[in-house]
Design a protein around this ligand. Structure first.
Ligand SMILES: C[S@@+](CC[C@H](N)C(=O)[O-])C[C@H]1O[C@@H](n2cnc3c(N)ncnc32)[C@H](O)[C@@H]1O
Length: 335
């Protein structure tokens, strides 16, 4: 697969046949993620807002229709900004904000890199080349399993910085600044064998979460996270990871990076009006249409749409031989 910034779905299917199916799965509905944008509806009914994104709609002749924002037509970019507040954050800002999280966790500054200003005035960072050291009471394993979430993730630039999402400039593995990139760096520095590395990578991915409204950006975010895994593995072991391991990671990503309206905790636009038909003593009928109570009262706990499920990988469902415990995202709000 090419290492350009645009991951082509046709290449993905050709090289890793089952993987695209996992990356398109919505674990709440058991069906595929939906477009949740009308940007593609000119291509036909199957590309309409509520339609599922199917592999055949984005591969073959249609193999290049899903592309990063930076490659999208300028007018489309403006429309997406107006309709969905889609404006992506430059990598140097993602880095500065991710540094704040690590400053707090490590209780010191400049752990992964130092923020710098280049001679042309551009803000950037310089990677700290030394092996990362850990505070007395914490280990590298604690860092890898510390949970991170990018809300409204777009193409997930805070999670993995394969490219600067505002300029499209590719960023080499050693220079990345995302939340997941940092976990993978720590794993690269602290493991030797492939099995030890892979075990730790699974923990890193299980503890990295993100959600997004629009189906195309969500797929790009999922693909970027999977490609990051492949790139890191190749760099560390100088060979491709096994297909079965790529598939395991794709399945975790499809749980942890999910499609949701973050203001409602439900699948985008899944709330609906309900109509009761009331019949009086004389048989005449009147219809009473009610708006979703959650939408009407702006109460996240009272929607009638599809509440999104995520996986708590640390818990087991006692009744089933499960991989973890399926929980509603909205139920985390009061915790
Ligand atoms: C300003 S962009 C930020 C993307 C990314 N986090 C970044 O910093 O580059 C906002 C993203 O939020 C998504 N979005 C807007 N409203 C949302 C909502 N209610 N729930 C989830 N995502 C939403 C848009 O589709 C868009 O991708």
């Amino acid at each position: 697969m090419r290492t350009g910034i645009d991951i082509l779905e046709s290449e993905l299917v050709e090289k890793y046949p089952q993987v695209l199916y996992s990356l398109l799965l919505d674990n709440t509905t058991g069906k595929n993620i939906i477009w949740a944008t009308d940007n593609y509806e000119h291509l036909g009914d199957l590309y309409s807002y509520h339609s599922p994104i199917l592999p055949e709609l984005i591969t073959g002749d249609y193999g290049s229709i899903i592309m990063p924002r930076v490659h999208k037509d300028k007018i489309l970019q403006i429309n997406r900004s107006k309709e969905m507040a889609e404006v992506f954050t430059p990598s140097w800002i993602c880095n500065a904000q991710n540094n704040l999280i690590d400053n707090a966790w490590f209780e010191r500054e400049g752990v992964f890199n130092s923020e710098i200003v280049l001679s042309n005035g551009t803000k950037s960072w310089e990677v700290n080349q030394e092996k990362i050291s850990f505070p007395k009471s914490k280990t590298w394993k604690d860092y890898v399993k510390n949970k991170r979430l990018e809300i409204s993730c777009g193409e997930a630039p805070y999670i993995t910085s394969r490219y600067d999402s505002t300029t499209g400039e590719f960023i080499a593995v050693n220079n990345r600044i995302g939340l997941l990139d940092r976990k993978l760096r720590v794993i690269n520095e602290n493991t030797e064998s492939e099995s030890e590395w892979f075990k730790a990578a699974i923990v890193a991915y299980k503890n990295t979460y993100a959600f997004e409204w629009q189906g195309d950006s969500l797929l790009i975010a999922r693909e970027a996270m999977l490609t990051t895994f492949i790139e890191n593995y190749k760099q560390k072991f100088d060979k491709e990871p096994l297909l079965k391991n790529i598939q395991i990671l794709a399945d975790i990503i499809s749980w942890n990076v999910w499609q949701m309206d973050g203001l409602k905790g439900v699948i985008p636009n899944s709330c609906s009006d309900t109509t009761d038909v009331i019949e009086d003593l004389f048989g005449s009928k009147t219809e009473n249409t009610k708006e979703c109570n959650g939408c009407k009262t702006n109460n996240i706990l009272n929607h009638n749409g599809n509440y999104c499920f995520i996986m708590d990988w640390d818990e087991k469902d006692p009744k089933k031989n499960s991989i973890g415990k399926r929980i509603r995202f909205v139920d985390l709000i009061n915790k």
